[in-house]
Design a protein around this ligand. Structure first.
Ligand code: BTN
Length: 257
């Protein structure tokens, strides 16, 4: 962890809490945030016993060299803009992973990090707010780095991958994690100074599904159409066969072709 601290360039990751086992780094960071922890405080664990995924799912979190990391942010931001934080985190993770591994990592809406159609990592944002304003946000990032796919249950194995699985080489978790934290700091600065434009454009550049035919499951409903773009709030703009342009804030997306 000393090495990690020495490689940190900005505010994000300057205070790091490093744990061997935790229920969930997100849950831990939300507890810390509630006690007033500073912007940029980062929680990293070697394994999680109750890793949380999107839409109330579990995030399998075996020990063995993966990234389970959560960052507390304190932006001055309206609740209606919070999706931009997840979009920004996707851009930072995707860029840092491309730089450090050379893999062609892509983003699948809203925030899945994909390589060759399989999931390398995901992002879970949790927010505490008051009167429509963000008090703090926790960005949770789970990246499969050095685990063998055999460490996962069969249903995960079929759709997931890891850096090692793709490159056949072990990667330093510390270097990857610092690369992500430094990119997060850079993109957070850009978002705060220049607004949403640059982040949304970089997201579009990294996106694997724009222009493709997709199916999005939203609760009990399924929508099929062409994924045309994301809007200013980071919602997916889906062109249905009826011609209607539907905006979708949250859901599960499958690329059909
Ligand atoms: C997803 O479902 O795609 C998002 C997964 C996010 C997992 C990470 S691991 C670190 C942090 N702590 C958690 O409990 N979840 C996030």
């Amino acid at each position: 962890m000393e090495k990690l601290r020495s490689l940190i360039k900005g505010e994000i990751g300057r205070d790091v809490i490093s744990l061997e086992t935790v229920d969930s780094t997100n849950a831990f960071a939300v507890r810390l945030g509630g006690k007033g922890a500073a912007h940029g405080t980062t929680v990293i664990a070697e394994r999680q016993t109750k890793g949380r995924g999107r839409l109330g799912r579990r995030w399998e979190s075996p020990a063995g060299g993966n990234i389970y990391m959560s960052v507390i942010l304190r932006p001055l931001m309206d609740m209606r803009d919070v999706t931009l934080l997840t979009i920004m985190a996707g851009v930072a993770c995707c860029g840092a992973l491309r730089n450090s591994t050379g893999l062609a990592v892509e983003i699948k809406w809203p925030n899945d990090l994909m390589v060759s159609g399989r999931k390398l990592g995901g992002i879970l944002t949790e927010i505490r707010s008051s009167a429509g304003r963000v008090i703090f946000a926790v960005l949770g990032m789970g990246i499969n780095v050095n685990t063998c796919l055999e460490d996962y249950p069969p249903e995960v194995r079929a759709i997931a991958t890891s850096v090692m699985n793709e490159t056949s080489k072990e990667q330093s978790v510390t270097l990857l994690a610092t690369g992500i934290l430094n990119e997060l700091d850079r993109w957070y600065g850009i978002l705060m100074r220049e607004g949403r434009g640059p982040v949304l454009n970089e997201w579009r550049r990294f996106s694997s599904m724009l222009g493709g035919v997709v199916e999005v499951i939203v609760g009990e409903e399924a929508f099929r159409g062409v994924a045309e773009d994301i809007d200013d709030e980071g919602r997916l703009l889906l062109r249905l066969s009826s011609g209607e342009l539907k905006n979708i804030s949250a859901g599960d997306l499958k690329i059909l072709r």
